[in-house]
Design a binder for this molecule. Structure first.
Ligand SMILES: [Ca+2]
Length: 526
């Protein structure tokens, strides 16, 4: 060997760095003095087992830590108008699995509460976990977005920058703390977190090895049009409103028509595409009564099932909502038709603050055609993550899992099918199957809960694919006595199990054995 010693040393050093053994580990307390580009570390705290973790959302009190970890808070200022806060929780050496998972946020972000809730379970499994408030501190989970008024940089932070900066920061922190980069990195988000997940896949494909996008709000501006449409459909005239008490009338009639189409009478429509429900069947013969809908209410309901149409051309602007889960907890009253429904609140705030910079803008001014075009022109490219070309993510070896509840009243499940169909068409079915999956979840509400089996461990499924090479064609879901047990780390009892089938397949009962046991179902062509 004639190479100069320093070349050999450099090569050895590079090899060691690549293998992740080059850096010295930095203890938790010393991370406070760490200088990382673009980040200011604002707090560092060693958290003991059992110590309360702040959640600060939905009135949830601090929850006890299942493992000891180092909590690092940081602020990022990619522009002078920016202030992106994030948290990284690093489990103690003996508790870690060597992998990193970032949690998405929801709604308009603005709080770390949602991410913190979603970070607890993977932390317990040994993941380093992280989350960001997306760049502002107004809790946007109810649809408020005054923070966005005349704040293009904050909109870009929320739109795509925050999660990307958190990824870079968390990875640098992991390398500093353990002296070793993460073996694998995952992103897991639902709702706006699903939009964020697909944003990472499309804009920053190198950030993550595996990504879960649940009920994605990825066609953001078109989604806001559909939210405005909900309001218009049920406020066209004073008679159009559908009181909460009448939603059970719609649901009962829809289930009477469609529940058994899948061969199992379980209060859940397995494949709503086969359910062509027209609410005219519950129209009052005359006048109004508690067990029927007036003609104006029937017209309103039809528009919700149908989705927004261009008033001039009749073209569909976004898909509507499946029938059969109108009255379940967290369905139409919360999102679509209630006095304080979230569709109008999200849409009003979006057009007022993002599109027209006019805080007084009201939905009564809505002109569907004009406003859809303005929203698309001003915000479409920045906020949407609906590009079906995922070739850069595929090329880096990334794996993507999408899921969407069929009983979702917040974001139409048909929108995710449309997007995934577009991915399969653009990339070819075989190529798409090589790195992506969509699981539709019958009877699941928005991201959580619902009358169908809605508990499953998608992170374990993703890890099994990325780390274990096992492409998932079926995921077992459970309906338990507590839909929120997994999230809150509480015990729960399974009432029913059912396979979720990789799209386009659906679960079919074999015709023998209990319909409460997944083993008696197969995944079949719809
Ligand atoms: Ca059924």
């Amino acid at each position: 060997m004639t190479a100069a010693p320093w070349i050999a040393a450099l090569a050895l050093g590079a090899a060691a760095a690549a293998a992740g053994h080059a850096q010295a580990a930095t203890p938790c307390a010393d991370l406070a003095g760490l200088e990382l580009p673009g980040a200011t570390i604002t707090a560092v705290k060693a958290v003991a087992v059992g110590e309360g973790q702040p959640i600060e959302v939905f009135g949830i009190p601090p929850l006890p830590a299942a493992v000891a970890y180092c909590r690092v808070d940081a602020t990022h200022t990619p522009t002078t108008a920016s202030a992106i806060k994030d948290e990284v929780w690093l489990p103690v050496q003996g508790a870690r699995n060597g992998k990193y998972m970032a949690s998405g946020n929801g709604g308009y972000g603005g709080t770390l509460g949602g991410p913190r809730l979603a970070m607890r379970a993977p932390l317990k499994q040994g993941y380093v976990v992280a989350g960001t408030d997306m760049g502002h501190t107004e809790d946007g989970s109810g649809g408020d977005a005054q923070w966005a008024l005349n704040q293009p940089e904050k909109i870009a932070d929320w739109g795509h920058r925050a999660n990307h900066l958190t990824a870079a920061f968390a990875k640098a922190l992991i390398a500093a703390h353990y002296g070793q980069a993460p073996k694998l990195s995952y992103f897991n988000g639902c709702s706006d977190g699903g939009r964020e997940a697909l944003m990472e896949v499309q804009r920053y494909p190198q950030d993550y090895d595996g990504v879960i996008a649940g009920a994605p709000a990825n066609a953001w501006t078109r989604l806001m049009i559909s939210f405005a449409w909900s309001w218009k459909a049920l406020h066209e005239t004073p008679e159009s409103r559908i009181p909460d008490a009448k939603l059970a009338v719609l649901q009962k009639a829809a289930l009477a028509q469609c529940d058994k189409l899948d061969g199992v009478a379980d209060g859940v429509v397995e494949d709503p595409r086969r359910c062509r429900f027209d609410p005219v069947v519950v129209q009052c013969k005359a006048g109004d009564a508690a067990d029927c809908l007036t003609p104006a209410q029937v017209a309103g309901a039809r528009k919700i099932y149908q989705g927004p149409r261009d008033p001039r051309t009749g073209r569909a602007l976004f898909p509507g909502y499946p029938a059969g889960a109108e009255a379940v907890t967290g369905a139409w009253p919360l999102w679509i038709s209630g006095d304080k429904a979230q569709h109008p609140s999200f849409a009003r705030s979006f057009f007022a603050n993002f599109v027209y910079s006019d805080p007084s803008w009201q939905l009564a001014k809505l002109d569907l055609d004009r406003d859809a075009k303005a929203a698309q022109a001003r915000m479409g490219k920045l906020l949407a993550s609906d590009n079906p070309d995922l070739s850069a993510f595929k090329a880096r070896g990334g794996k993507l899992i999408l899921f969407h509840g069929w009983a979702d009243a917040a974001i139409s499940p048909y929108a995710t099918i449309q997007y995934y169909d577009a991915v399969r068409e653009r990339m070819g079915v075989k190529t798409a199957d090589g790195f992506s999956r969509l699981f539709m979840v019958p009877g699941m509400s928005h991201c959580f809960g619902g009358p169908g089996p809605n508990s499953f461990d998608m992170l374990a499924v993703l890890d099994g694919w990325v780390a274990g090479g096992k492409a998932p064609d079926m995921v077992i879901a459970a309906k338990t006595n507590n839909d929120y047990a997994a999230l809150l780390d509480m015990p729960a009892k399974a009432i029913r199990t059912r396979p979720l089938c990789a799209y386009p397949k659906v679960a079919r009962w074999t015709g023998g054995g209990s319909t409460d046991e997944a083993a008696n179902f197969t995944c079949a062509k719809p």
